[in-house]
Design a protein around this ligand. Sequence first.
Ligand code: SF4
Length: 382
Amino acid sequence: MNEIAIYFHWPFCKSKCPYCDFASFCSKDASLYEKFGDYFLEDLKRSVAAIGDKHIKSMFFGGGTPSLMNPQSIAKILDFLSKNYHIKDDVEVTLEANPATFDKNKMQNFKNAGINRLSLGIQSFLDDHLKFLGRIYNGKQALKAAEIVSGVFKNFSFDFMYGYECQTETTLEQDLLRAVRFGCKHISCYQLTFEKNTVFYDNLLVGNIKQIDENKEVKLYEHIEDILKNHNIFRYEVSNYSMLGFESKHNLAYWQYDDYLGIGPSAHSRVTINKNKNEMVKIRDPFLWESALNQNKTTFSYINTLTEKEQLKEAILMGLRLISGITINDLYRKISRETVDRVISKRKMKFLRQKKLMTQKNIQLTNVGLQKMDSVVEFLLN
Ligand code: SF4
């Protein structure tokens, strides 16, 4: 049976972090939160053709800061889906949360609404690190949030950021060990990057912030893996680590190039309809998206059927992020033998293996290959 993952993109945050280039907009207006929570259900009803008879294996409320939502809105969405579609028994329903946006009662209400996995954007437990990252809470509040989440949920994940000046191997270790002590079985560690149109990027240009050097970056990255594997938390994707069986089912759908439907402003989808894989993108601006909904117009900004070569490129780009890589048979099954064999030649694979960038099994990068992923992908596909 075909399966599908559903993503809901919540567009608002209480304030904009200086490094963030996500589609998130600042608003502290609680009436807006209320309204937009209900719009999700409307947008979903307009897009259900994409679900068809597929079984729903995961749902993910991301953003932005979806913990600003009213738990009731989530309960309504899950109620609608369970009455009209097939939801798998072991469905994973994740909510992303910012530590400054909930108390114990609200977290419990999210659980009662049907959330069974919580992803907490801690970033650090240390005051000076949080201040540098422009987060809207301090270390004490981060600890309190972690305590609430670990008290309410069995399955939860903490996000950290690494690769900035005031961070050392010691402070990174302190942060990760705190997460482990809370019983965290899944951890994401994202490298700080300086994206255009962010406050950090502007500061980098005028010399107010410095990028750390590549050696320190590699050391921190390796340090994360060393610390976590001592606690049976293993890297399974470039930036993600988990105990066995606690990998994010939803994110695996992206990396394994399975179907997913995106709901809410700017959400992306990859959905197979009549054997064609379609790229579908929702209107980016939340207020234009809202106005399309209110006027009964489509909320997609565009829909495009992908060629097999485009699908292969995406499948490789996503799949090589997984430490286990992708199998050629999986690519044959998802795309076509003819296209896969034409693009990924034996000669290229042999070359990458000789250079020790690719392992001998599957289409799987070595540790060195992972650090040069962009060039390997480019070589493989051109
Ligand atoms: S809370 Fe998350 S989504 Fe919102 S601005 Fe900060 S990093 Fe971006």
